[in-house]
Each structure stands twice: as structure tokens, then as C-alpha cells.
Design a protein around this ligand. Structure first.
Ligand code: CAA
Length: 258
């Protein structure tokens, strides 16, 4: 069934999800959130896909939760539906790598959604912010937690308490985004990087992702131990034998994803 608020397509082994509610700058209404969850699950389950790209338009990655839709909600309602990320952390839970390609506004839940991805490539006009405080709310999709971990307390606190937007250069300086590209090249570049990732051994890419994520969930000692065990497990893969043999034989490896 075609989606109403997102577009999905594939390019080789890359699954591309484009947020597509242009009239509301891709603000997240219920429909968009449900469709996003569906699409991520579908690409997760598709063996032909090795990496995902999540993107929006040139004007907006996403301007956050739909303010008009949520304005009249009461406490019981938001509690019962576990608003806003109840069914939505699917992106953060994805085991395959997910790249956020951000052009224009990534505000509120839009910034939080980008933070749920594995890394962010930004177009040079990208703007990140947590403006919820200016509408009598606060971040509710992980913004206070992920921002503080990724860019440190001082900047996270300032962004959440003032609603100030950060441009792409500042976002790159403080490590919020991995790098900046001209806005017209963003989509193409994100897909190129995703193809590169999808071309490596898929299970090893998934283990690598899991290991980096462990850094944000545990102590250094436990994280390093986890990494070593996972590293050892890599030696059980045919892809490790193939990758190292190909290096020695000066040829390109052919990974079989096992
Ligand atoms: N919800 C609903 N509609 C939104 C929206 C949002 N978050 N953001 C923009 N829109 C709508 C506007 O209402 C407008 O619709 P109409 O044409 O029907 O009036 C349309 O999108 C275009 O927006 P603007 O005319 O405002 O465009 P602009 O270029 O002048 O400004 C903007 C762009 C600075 C992003 C401005 O739209 C804005 O401030 N948006 C709200 C951003 C925000 O506060 N986000 C946080 C939401 S709360 C949240 O996300 C909670 C959470 O943690 C999960």
C-alpha cells in the first residue's frame, strides 16, 4: 500500500525513506510516525537491504511533532499512547545502519529523529534546534538525553533552555553531524555512503554498530570487554576469511554476509 506522508525507494542495497508532508514542513502527525515505523521495519526485514537513508526536503528534514495535532491532547491521552516515541523508537532500535541526511530545519522531534540515526550528514543550510520550550513544552523524544551525550551538557542545556538553532557549521564543530556537504549534493552523497556500508559484510556492519552504541550505554571497562568479545566473534565469519585473504591477494573482497 502506498504511504501518504513518506516516500520509500531502494537504490541497490540502500533503503531510502523520504519524509513527505511538505505543507507542514514534514511535522510528525500520527500517520507519518506510523508510516515511518512501518517503513523501517520493512527495510529491516528485507535481506536485499544493507543500509538505510532517512531524509526530508531541501527546506526541512522535519519541523518536529505536529503542534496543531498535539495541542489539544490531555495527560491521559499522551500517557496511554506513549506519545511521542511509543512506537517510534524503531529507528533507534534498527539493527541495520541508518544515516540521517539533513537539509533545512531539524527541529524538536525532527532533531531527535536525526539523533536516533547512526550518524548525520548535513547539507550546508541545515539548522538544528530543540525549540519546544518556546511553545510551553520540552523535548520528549530523547532530545535532553541524546543531545547531552552527543554534544555535552553545556550546549545541550543551552539549546533546550533557549530554543536557539544551531547552523550546520556549529553542528559539525560540536560533533552533532559527521560532516557537511552542499545542500544540492546531500541526498546523492548520503546514498553513496550508504552503498559503501551496504557493500561490506552486513552482519559485521551490524555488530560494529551495536558495539559503538554500547559506548553510550555502559562503562568504558564493560564497553571495551563487549567490543573484544564481538571482535572475537568476527573470526567465525566467512567474510573475515574472505576480507583478509583478498587483502593479501591484492583483490577486492566478495562478501557473502555470513
Ligand atoms: N507542527 C505543525 N505544523 C507546522 C510545524 C509543526 N511543528 N512546523 C511548521 N508547520 C506548518 C506551519 O504551520 C505552516 O503551515 P500553514 O502554511 O498551514 O500555516 C507550514 O508548516 C510552513 O511553516 P511556516 O510558515 O512557519 O514556515 P517558516 O519558514 O516561516 O518557519 C519554522 C519555519 C521556523 C520551522 C517554523 O515553522 C516553526 O517554528 N515551526 C515549529 C517548530 C517547532 O516548534 N518544533 C517543535 C515541535 S514540538 C516537538 O517536536 C515535541 C517533541 O519533542 C517530540
Amino acid at each position: 500500500m502506498p504511504y501518504e506522508c513518506i516516500l520509500t525507494e531502494t537504490d541497490g542495497a540502500v533503503g531510502i525513506i523520504t519524509l513527505n508532508r511538505p505543507d507542514a514542513l514534514n511535522a510528525f502527525n500520527r500517520k507519518l510516525m506510523d508510516e515511518l515505523t512501518e517503513a523501517v521495519k520493512a527495510f529491516e526485514a528485507d535481506d536485499a537491504i544493507g543500509c538505510m537513508v532517512l531524509t526530508g526536503s531541501e527546506k526541512a528534514f522535519a519541523a518536529g511533532a505536529d503542534i496543531k495535532e498535539m495541542a489539544s491532547k490531555d495527560y491521559i491521552e499522551v500517557f496511554k499512547e506513549d506519545f511521542i516515541t511509543g512506537n517510534w523508537e524503531e529507528v533507534a532500535r534498527a539493527r541495520k545502519p541508518v544515516i540521517a541526511a539533513v537539509n533545512g530545519y531539524a527541529l524538536g522531534g525532527g532533531c531527535e529523529l536525526a539523533l536516533m540515526c547512526d550518524f548525520i550528514i548535513a547539507g550546508d543550510t541545515a539548522k538544528f534546534g530543540q525549540p519546544e520550550i518556546s511553545i510551553g513544552a520540552m523535548p520528549g523524544a530523547g532530545g535532553t538525553q541524546r543531545l547531552a551525550r552527543f554534544i555535552g551538557k553545556s550546549k545541550a542545556m543551552e539549546m533546550c533552555l533557549t530554543g536557539r538553532m544551531m547552523d550546520a557549521e556549529e553542528a559539525e564543530r560540536c560533533g552533532l553531524v559527521s560532516r557537511i556537504v552542499p545542500k544540492s549534493e546531500l541526498r546523492e552523497e548520503a546514498i553513496r555512503v550508504a552503498k559503501q556500508i551496504a557493500g561490506f559484510s552486513r552482519p559485521i556492519a551490524m555488530l560494529t554498530k551495536e558495539s559503538v552504541n554500547r559506548a553510550y550505554e555502559t562503562t568504558l571497562t564493560e564497553g571495551v570487554r563487549f567490543e573484544r568479545r564481538v571482535f572475537h566473534s568476527v573470526f567465525a565469519f566467512e567474510d573475515q576469511k574472505e576480507g583478509m585473504a583478498a587483502f593479501a591477494e591484492k583483490r577486492k573482497p566478495v562478501f557473502k554476509n555470513r
